[in-house]
Design a protein around this ligand. Structure first.
Ligand code: MBD
Ligand code: FE
Length: 311
């Protein structure tokens, strides 16, 4: 039997009091958000007959997610970071802001202020030279008319062959596989790196524990994250997801999108390898251009104010 009381004046007044609406201090916006969260939580509890045991189990689980700092993983896993992209796309559509490389989620593993180079850089520290396939990435930053954008900043970050990211994996050197490259006079950025492996949630962590309880995996395809910025143009947060990965279209974070798939073509030719400064071993090439929309406001040139390590 479902009993509903959250709509009654007595309970509504209780929630308004709990959200701070009966005092003059604090943030009016936060009060509205908290009132809505309390009200919606109460509705879930009564509509779905959430038991006391279920309620406290959820509290215990959320505590574990926080203790392991995994909210930034669980929320994309529950599709909400992608939902924010879908919502922004729909808002853009409504005001005619279309074209360019699609946005996709940042994820929780960025570190600000990576080393910056003009035109070209090597991203990997060489520590996986014996196991990794070297990857030469190149492309241009363009505007929506196809004109190259010199002086754009291409801020790239990706995982190593174990699928882990420097800083969050303290066994890696600082800023390994994290670099900023300023595009040259023709709008080109180039980097030597390594082919990353896909990312998987910690199998023993609370985010994977939740996904397992609903029959889901926590794997992402191999991918390279990018922030692209250029004066007068709209900041772009996106990713190159690598073709051929078994998780390309089965991404636990729903980040792969049409237009964001890149092919790391493996080249076995020894002469070509030596021409790239390698000792004849195979390597891979990835070409990917980023197309930026014009910025309609100064604010549009900036990335979100999301709290980030290293910032
Ligand atoms: C990642 O590497 C990632 O890109 C996202 C979105 C979530 C978790 C790990
Ligand atoms: Fe990632």
């Amino acid at each position: 039997m479902t009993v509903r009381i959250s709509h009654t004046p007595k309970v509504q007044e209780l929630f308004r009091e709990a959200a701070g609406l009966n005092n003059q201090q604090g943030s009016a916006r936060l009060k509205q958000l908290i009132l809505r969260m309390i009200t919606d939580a109460a509705r879930i509890i009564e509509d779905m007959d959430v038991s006391e045991d279920e309620f406290w189990l959820a509290v215990e689980h959320l505590n574990r997610v926080g203790k392991h700092a995994e909210f930034g993983l669980l929320l994309p896993g529950l599709s909400l970071e992608h939902f924010i992209d879908l919502l922004q796309d729909a808002k853009d559509q409504q005001v005619g802001l279309t074209g360019g490389t699609p946005r996709t989620i940042e994820g929780p593993l960025y570190v600000a202020n990576a080393p910056m180079s003009d035109g070209y850089t090597r991203m990997d520290d060489g520590s996986e030279d014996d196991v990794a396939i070297p990857l030469f990435i190149e492309g241009r930053v363009l505007d929506t008319h196809g004109q190259p954008l010199p002086g754009a900043i291409v801020d790239l970050w990706h995982a190593n062959t174990q699928g882990t990211y420097s800083y969050f994996d303290p066994s890696q050197t600082p800023f390994n596989l994290r670099r900023r490259i300023v595009t040259d006079a023709s709008g080109y950025y180039r980097a030597r790196s390594i082919i990353p492996s896909g990312y998987g949630l910690d199998p023993d962590g609370p985010a994977q524990q939740c996904l397992s309880a609903i029959g889901r995996h926590g794997q992402r395809p191999a991918h390279i994250h990018a922030f692209i910025s250029a004066a007068g143009h709209r900041h772009l947060t996106s990713q190159i997801n690598l073709a051929g990965d078994q998780y390309l279209w089965d991404d636990f974070a729903y980040a792969t999108r049409e237009g964001l798939v890149g092919e790391a073509t493996v080249i076995g030719d020894a002469a070509a390898s030596r021409a790239h400064g390698l000792d004849g071993r195979r390597f891979a090439q990835l070409k990917f251009d980023f197309v930026l929309q014009p910025a309609v406001t100064a604010e549009a040139e900036q990335r979100s104010q999301r709290p980030r390590v290293g910032a």
